[in-house]
Design a protein around this ligand. Sequence first.
Ligand SMILES: [Zn+2]
Length: 78
Amino acid sequence: MTRLEESGHPTDRFTAASRTVRAHADGGVCPACPADGPCPQQTWAVRQLADHPGGRLLLHQLGIPSDESVSIQEGPLR
Ligand SMILES: [Zn+2]
């Protein structure tokens, strides 16, 4: 599985994470989306955002639950 920048500054991770959840919120896929099954990148992104006050706000705006034990979009293709 491919992750966007694991290294780098928190701001970069925040940017990458917001980009990912926005891509998913549009009803689309992110560049890291697997062909089928849940998207690990989205799970990662939600975790990153849930750790961040601004990120939690973004998740709220997009209607994504920011709970720690998040289990979002469990592979509708299966
Ligand atoms: Zn994805």
